[in-house]
Design a protein around this ligand. Structure first.
Ligand code: AMP
Ligand code: MG
Length: 490
C-alpha cells in the first residue's frame, strides 16, 4: 500500500553510475530502520528537482527517506573511492551512504539522491554505517545556508530519525540525511581508479565524468586535460567563494573534493566569527592543516593528487604528461586570486579594476586581524555605512584606510546607490554562526522542538536580505562561548 504510494512521486530514477565498470561500486540495499520518522523535509527542493512528494503521506516520506521502502526502479549502490586524508592515502568508499538513484530535474539537470547513515556497506571498514541526528541536522542547516549564500553545494532534502540509537561516546538518536548533489564523483574516485583500476577503468571514469559534467569538452583535442583544467577552475572559484564568506570546510581531504566544484561532506565545518586566518574548528585537525588561510593552498595540493591520477590519460610519455599537468596546475593560483580579488572588490562596492585594489583589501584584512574584528559584521557595517564604536572602527588605522577607500570609490562609474547595492549582494547580513546552529540543534535533538531550526533555516535562505532580520541573528557569540570546536566522526 505504502509502496504503491511511494511510486506516485514521479521519481523516474536513473542509474547511469552503474554503467561504469563494477570496480567503482557495489549494489547495496539500505538497512531497515526500526521506526522511521521524518523530522525535516525540504519541499521546495523536492519540487525543484521534479519530485511530486505532495502526493505522499508523512509515513510514505519517512519510509522512503529512511531507505525502508524505495521506489520500484531504485537499484541502490555504494560508491568506491580512495583519498588522501590529512595527507595520507587510504582506501575509502561510501561507508554509510547509498545512492538510491539519479533524478533528472525538469530543466534536465542530473542529481544524485543519496541516503547518508543508511547502514553498513562493503566500504564501512570498522564503522557502523550509521549517523547521529545532531550531525545530520547540522549538515542540513549548513548545506542549505551555503546554497542561500550562493556557494555551489550538495543540498539536503530530508532528515529522518531511525528509531534506533547509535553508539558514539554515548548513545545518540540515529538518523539519515537525504542529500542531493550534481554527482558524488570525487578527486578520490580518480585516485581509486588510478591505484586499483586498469587504464580502461580510469578512462571509463574520465569519460563518464566528462559526459556528466563537461559535455562541451568531449571534442577537445585532449579532453582529459580539459577535464583537469575545468576542475581546477571550478575548485579555484569554489574555494574563493568559501574565503569570501569565512567558511572553513574542516576536512579538505581529496575524498571530500568533488570534480563538479560543489561543496560536499559537511563534517566539522564552521563559519569564522572574528577574522583570524589561522582559525580551525575541527577537533581532529590538530596541526591546523585545514585552517582558513590554508584552504586555497590545500585546494592546489589536492589538485596535484588529481593530476597524478590522470597522468596516464594526458599523454603516453610520462615525463611529458607531468609537464602538461604542472603547466595546467600552474594556473590555479592565478585563477583563485582572480576570483578572490574580484569577490573582495564587490564586497567593497567596487565594480572596476584598479591596480591598488589588492593592497586596499589586504590592509583592511590586516586591520581586522589586529583589532580582532568580526569578519561578516565588518563588511555588513561597511555596507550599511554604520560603523559602531568598536576597536576597529575607532582606530586611526581604520580612519586612514577609510579615506583611501572613499578616494578609490571616486574612480567608479556606479552611483552611490549602485555601490551600496553591490555591497549588499556580496556581504551577507547573516551566516550560520556556530552558536545559532548549536542552539537550533539543541532544541531539535534534546527537546524535539524543530521551531528554532526552521526559523533559522528560513532566515538563512535569504542571507543577503538587509530588511527584516532581527539583531539576534547577526550578533557574534559572547566571548565566553568561544572557542568553538566541532567533532568529526559523527
Ligand atoms: P567523512 O569524514 O564523512 O568524509 O568520512 C570519511 C570516510 O569514513 C568515508 O569513507 C565514510 O563513508 C566513512 N565513514 C564515516 N563514518 C562512518 C560510519 N559511521 N560507518 C561507516 N563508515 C563511515
Ligand atoms: Mg567524506
Amino acid at each position: 500500500m505504502v509502496t504503491q504510494m511511494i511510486n506516485q512521486a514521479a521519481w523516474d530514477l536513473e542509474d547511469t553510475y552503474s554503467e561504469l565498470p563494477e570496480l567503482f561500486y557495489t549494489k547495496q540495499q539500505p538497512a531497515q530502520a526500526k521506526d522511521p520518522e521524518l523530522v525535516i523535509f525540504n519541499q521546495p527542493l523536492a519540487k525543484s528537482i521534479g519530485l511530486q512528494t505532495e502526493k505522499l503521506s508523512g509515513e510514505a516520506l519517512a519510509n522512503v527517506f529512511s531507505g525502508n521502502q524505495l521506489p520500484d526502479e531504485a537499484d541502490p549502490l555504494a560508491q568506491a573511492y580512495a583519498g588522501h586524508q590529512f595527507g595520507h592515502f587510504t582506501m575509502l568508499g561510501d561507508g554509510r551512504a547509498v545512492l538510491i538513484g539519479e533524478k533528472l530535474s525538469p530543466s534536465g539537470e542530473r542529481f544524485d539522491i543519496q541516503l547518508k547513515g543508511a547502514g553498513r556497506t562493503p566500504y564501512s571498514r570498522g564503522g557502523d554505517g550509521r549517523a547521529a541526528l545532531g550531525p545530520m541536522l547540522r549538515e542540513y542547516i549548513i548545506s542549505e545556508a551555503m546554497h542561500g549564500l550562493g556557494i555551489p553545494t550538495s543540498r539536503s532534502l530530508a532528515v529522518t530519525t531511525t528509531g534506533e540509537k547509535v553508539r558514539r561516546e554515548t548513545f545518540l538518536t540515529g538518523a539519515i540525511v537525504t542529500r542531493i548533489a550534481s554527482s558524488h564523483i570525487r578527486v578520490g574516485t580518480f585516485e581509486y581508479a588510478a591505484r586499483w583500476g586498469s587504464l580502461e577503468d580510469l578512462k571509463a571514469l574520465a569519460d563518464y565524468t566528462i559526459n556528466r559534467h563537461f559535455p562541451e569538452i568531449k571534442e577537445h583535442e585532449n579532453p582529459y586535460l580539459s577535464l583537469y583544467e575545468k576542475v581546477i577552475d571550478r575548485q579555484a572559484s569554489l574555494i574563493a567563494g568559501w574565503q569570501l564568506i569565512g567558511f572553513i570546510h574542516g576536512v579538505m581531504n581529496t575524498d571530500n573534493m568533488t570534480v563538479s566544484g560543489e561543496t560536499i561532506d559537511y563534517g566539522p565545518c564552521a563559519f569564522m566569527n572574528q577574522y583570524d586566518p589561522k582559525t580551525v574548528f575541527s577537533s581532529i585537525d590538530v596541526n591546523g592543516r585545514y585552517a582558513y588561510e590554508n584552504q586555497p593552498g590545500i585546494g592546489e595540493w589536492n589538485l596535484a593528487r588529481f593530476a597524478e591520477a590522470l597522468l596516464p590519460l594526458f599523454q603516453e610519455d610520462s615525463e611529458k604528461a607531468v609537464a602538461t599537468a604542472q603547466h595546467a596546475l600552474g594556473n590555479y593560483a592565478k585563477l583563485y586570486w582572480g576570483y578572490w580579488l574580484s569577490g573582495m572588490r564587490k564586497k567593497l562596492g567596487l565594480a572596476i579594476e584598479k591596480e591598488e585594489d589588492e593592497s586596499l583589501v589586504k590592509e583592511l584584512l590586516q586591520l581586522m586581524e589586529n583589532h580582532e574584528a568580526d569578519f561578516t559584521n565588518t563588511f555588513r557595517l561597511l555596507t550599511l555605512n554604520d560603523q559602531d564604536n568598536s576597536e576597529l572602527f575607532t582606530s586611526r588605522g581604520f580612519r586612514e584606510w577609510k579615506k583611501k577607500w572613499k578616494e578609490r570609490q571616486t574612480a567608479e562609474l556606479n552611483t552611490k546607490k549602485e555601490m551600496e547595492a553591490l555591497m549588499k549582494e556580496n556581504n551577507p547580513f547573516i551566516i550560520p554562526r556556530n552558536h545559532l546552529v548549536e542552539e537550533a540543534l539543541e532544541a531539535a535533538v534534546e527537546k524535539q522542538d524543530y521551531s528554532v531550526m526552521n526559523q533559522l533555516l528560513d532566515i538563512l535562505s535569504r542571507p543577503y536580505d538587509y530588511n527584516q532580520i532581527q539583531e539576534k541573528y547577526f550578533l557574534p557569540p559572547n566571548p565566553s562561548d568561544e572557542p568553538f570546536v566541532t567533532y568529526c566522526g559523527t
